[in-house]
Design a protein around this ligand. Structure first.
Ligand SMILES: [Ca+2]
Ligand SMILES: [Ca+2]
Ligand SMILES: [Ca+2]
Length: 869
């Protein structure tokens, strides 16, 4: 949201209040009347106009522990500004500190209360929380059946966390004493002996104690009985008071950059029953209505495409009848070019939606949309609006993600050459905190923690962290080969030298960047096959205190191979005693073998004539992996396979045999493809959003890609499936006003939208009478700004207004790496889609991945192809 000058806000707030009174006077009881009290609504959260209090609508899911999207939360004037209201065990809990499990949740709508029971399994500690509507806010009470165990005395307390960026440049009053919310953390801390520390999840530690058994304890910024946050700002004003225990205000960022401001009261010792009572009152602006969000493409439109703005409206807002499009002239005037009808679409989740079609505007120029008093920012209409939209992704984002290289851009060095100490064999029976798991065997010739040689080559940092994920490498390389073969992408804006391990951005070197990137990814895959024996799940740092690394990748490890003869932090210049080298998780999977074989087969074609030796190896290993995976599947006992596993196995080799056929033209491969494709198409589930994605990426994409190599009968048969697929698109169009898959999981759905749009592109190319090209355009419109919550482009630095923050490895600086596609909208239960643009640290909303960004380049080139059709 744009920054509003203080005095203007006063006026607009006052106008809203006057309007609300006027409206009540005019329409009397026909308008919904909202009292001052919070009421538990049908969706089981506390609601009044302008304020929602959620009590464990979302629980800590345990996947990445405290994701800052759970427990007691406040949505104030349309923005989620508070989270994590629960009994916690630290002043400023970090992501991997223990979180309570929700045991029981009772919602009493009649009495307007929500009661939850929480349990710390690791500490055998239960507590209860009762939240009840009181006056203009809620009363929060904590109950204990038994007094606090000794270990938790002075540690267990009730915490509620407040979003730092919502309170920047604002003040607080603690018992009337003023203070300002710090822009950057610098409050006092102390060191405490390790024995006093409550363990973190799984025995891991986020703190690099450098061999000293101690940890950091932050001191409060202020303490007292009554705290008023942002008294000067009615949108963010919140009052908290505690009847007995002191309130303490902490800054969580002293120990973790993703920490929030925390208000906390310790639970008393030797007490049971009701042990703590707070009164919490988030201010509600009378008659408040959320500003409409005018969704449109920040990149703009080509003259011939459909142009439909989707307007997101507060449920108490009355849609206007008309909107208009203004052109901005060379003399700076705004000239109305169209006045058109606004058509109500209906409800979706918590808002109402309307659409405004301005397709008839075709003249090239600069435009904006006017809806009521609101004027959107400007965007372009013209034949070449899409020409450069993917350049930042290939020119900047991918080079910055390159592992094992120093990456420079003009005066800035993004990072030095990292992970020269790659890598060690992961130990057996090991569950890693980032989801990796090593089973009871290594499936390699290496012993646990034995060095695997020659692995410090190629690859990309998977996302906002620095691991190598083989699965996403396969996806990226396959997409890059498609860009090379299908779209003839030969842009050269990057200097990439494998010999000196140096990358320079905006510096052509006479070689197509896409080939250099394919080579860079393949180098790591081939190193896996040659040195480990087969593709592996991934390569990642072993310690949690390394994993949250923010800064130059080359400092995440010491870049010296591990030497068990030396002590930790000791080095002989060539090796070190610190066990910080990355680990390879090496269990073998036929799925990954097939997928990697497909990738290497495709890459072998692109690399022909560019790196002949690597092309040869790629093809050889593709064939070898196919044979070995076939053998493994044959030997897998049918009985030990779960039914879903057997189902998944069907067609796991589809893309492999197709890519090998295209690479070799050997008939056996295409015969095998034809044997399986129809079974896979038949068994694909198309019931849900996920189903559609699954349907398209697993079976429809290879089916469509195969058309050039098949006969007319194949295409005719495939047509019936495309017709069925068209029906699933129609269903989607009824589901939400954007007519696209919107994720309901803990990870935003931009990738699903891009994936669906790419499928639609290939389906349109083959069956233009069934799939209209607008089905491709609507996908890019969505990621470029025509989506819920805000209208920023989800591609960093692309479009007039794009995301200002992302969860890249520079997130602590509240910025982005140009060209990355963020996941976008995350659904917070039960009805709140969110994509924060002033807080980068929510990975489900803002973490850019290599897989998603490579697909985005494909989609951008598909769009360019449609424009030039
Ligand atoms: Ca990762
Ligand atoms: Ca180049
Ligand atoms: Ca090392």
């Amino acid at each position: 949201m744009t920054k509003i000058v203080r005095c203007k806000k006063c006026i607009s707030v006052r106008n809203k209040v006057i309007y609300a009174f006027f409206a009540l006077f005019l329409f009397g009881s026909s308008l919904p009347v909202f009292g001052q009290a919070l009421k538990v609504n049908e969706l089981e959260y506390f609601e009044k106009t302008g304020v929602n209090v959620l009590v464990f609508s979302s629980e800590y899911n345990g996947m990445f522990f405290d994701e800052k999207t759970a427990a007691v939360e406040i949505i104030q004037h349309g923005v989620r500004t508070s989270t994590g209201g629960a009994v916690r065990l630290q002043n400023t809990p970090e992501q991997w500190d223990l979180v309570p499990k929700l045991i029981d949740r009772k919602v009493d709508r009649e009495n307007n209360t929500i009661e939850v029971t929480m349990r710390y399994e690791e500490l055998d500690f239960d507590s209860r929380l009762l939240v009840s509507s009181k006056d203009k806010g809620v009363e929060i009470s904590v109950f204990l059946d038994e007094p606090l165990p000794e270990k938790l005395q002075g540690k267990a307390g009730f915490n509620l966390e407040f979003l730092p960026s919502a309170y920047f440049e604002k003040m607080y009053l603690m018992d009337g004493k003023p203070g300002s919310f710090p822009r950057y953390p610098s409050s006092n801390t102390k060191i405490a002996p390790g024995a006093e520390k409550i363990e973190q999840f799984g025995g891991h530690t986020t703190f690099d104690n450098r061999g000293k058994d101690e940890f950091i304890v932050p001191f409060p910024l202020a303490s007292g009985k009554t705290l008023v946050l942002a008294p000067e700002d009615p949108e963010h004003l919140i009052r908290v008071s505690s009847s007995e225990a002191d309130l303490m205000l902490f800054d969580g960022r002293n120990v973790a950059q993703n920490g929030w401001f925390i208000v906390r009261s310790l639970l008393p010792v030797n007490k049971s029953g009701k042990v703590l009572t707070w009164y919490l009152e988030p201010n509600a602006i009378a008659g408040w209505k959320r500003q409409p969000v005018i969704g449109f493409s920040q990149v703009g439109y080509v003259p011939g495409q459909k142009k439909v703005a989707v307007i997101e409206l507060d449920k108490n807002d009355t849609p206007l009848k008309v909107a208009s499009v203004l052109q901005v002239t060379e003399t700076g005037e705004y000239v109305e070019k169209l006045k058109g009808a606004v058509n109500v679409w209906g409800d979706y989740l918590r808002y109402n939606y309307a659409k405004f079609d301005f397709s008839e505007i075709k003249d090239p120029g600069i435009y904006c949309i006017k809806y009521g008093d609101q004027l959107s920012n400007t965007f372009a209409i013209g034949p070449d609006v899409y020409n450069t939209v993917w350049h930042p992704t290939l020119d900047v984002w991918f080079p910055v993600q390159m592992d094992h290289m120093e990456v420079n851009e003009a005066y800035r060095t993004w990072h030095g050459e990292p992970y020269k100490d790659d890598c060690l064999q992961a130990p057996v029976n090991w569950q890693h905190f980032d989801g990796y798991r090593q089973g009871p065997s290594t499936d390699t010739k290496y012993k646990p923690l034995e060095p695997i040689p020659n692995m410090a080559v190629g690859g990309w940092f998977d996302a906002g962290d620095f691991d190598i994920q083989t699965g996403s490498h396969n996806s990226v390389i396959s997409n890059f080969v498609e860009l090379w073969e299908e779209f003839k992408v030969d842009r050269d804006e990057t200097y990439i030298d494998q010999k000196t391990r140096y990358v320079d951005i905006h510096r052509p070197d006479g070689q197509p960047d896409i080939l250099q990137q394919i080579e860079h990814g393949v180098l790591n895959l081939v190193a896996q096959v040659e040195n480990i024996g087969h593709p592996v799940r991934g390569i990642i740092v072993p310690n949690l205190h390394q994993y949250h690394h923010l800064g130059d990748a080359m400092t995440e490890t010491d870049n010296l191979p591990y030497n068990p003869e030396l002590k930790p932090y000791e080095t002989d210049g060539g090796s070190s005693g610190t066990l910080d080298d990355r680990w390879a998780f090496t269990n073998r999977s036929s799925f990954l073998d097939y997928q990697t074989a497909a990738t290497l087969a495709a890459a072998s074609r692109a690399l022909r004539g560019y790196n002949e030796e690597l092309a040869e190896k790629s093809l050889k290993y593709a064939q070898k992996l196919l044979e070995e995976a076939d053998e493994a599947v044959k030997n897998a006992s049918e009985d030990s396979d779960q039914p879903w596993m057997r189902r998944m196995r069907v067609g796991a080799d589809l893309t492999t045999v197709l890519q090998l056929y295209i690479a070799t033209k050997e008939q056996k491969y295409i015969d095998r493809f034809e044997e399986t494709i129809w079974t896979v198409l038949d068994q694909s589930d198309r019931g849900s959003d996920f189903g559609q994605m699954f349907f398209s990426s697993r079976s429809l994409n290879p089916a469509l890609q195969a058309i050039p190599y098949m006969n007319a009968a194949y295409k005719a048969k495939l047509k019936t499936y495309i017709e069925k697929y068209r029906e699933s698109i129609t269903k989607m169009e009824e589901n939400n006003p954007y007519g696209l898959p919107i994720s309901r999981s803990g990870w935003g759905g931009s990738g699903m939208v891009v994936n669906a749009a790419i499928t639609n592109y290939y389906a349109h190319k083959a069956f233009p009478d069934i799939i209209d090209k607008e089905q491709v355009f609507k996908g890019v419109n969505f990621i470029f700004g025509c989506h819920p919550y805000s209208n920023f482009s989800f591609v960093n630095a692309v479009g007039t207004k794009s995301k200002k923050v992302a969860y890249g490895n520079n997130r602590a600086d509240f910025t982005t790496i140009a060209g990355g596609l963020v996941p976008g909208l995350m659904l917070l239960k039960p009805d709140f889609l969110e994509n924060k643009d002033d807080w980068p640290f929510l990975w489900g909303e803002n973490e850019v991945t290599i897989g998603g960004s490579a697909e985005y380049i494909v989609l951008a080139n598909a769009i360019l192809d449609l424009v030039n059709e």
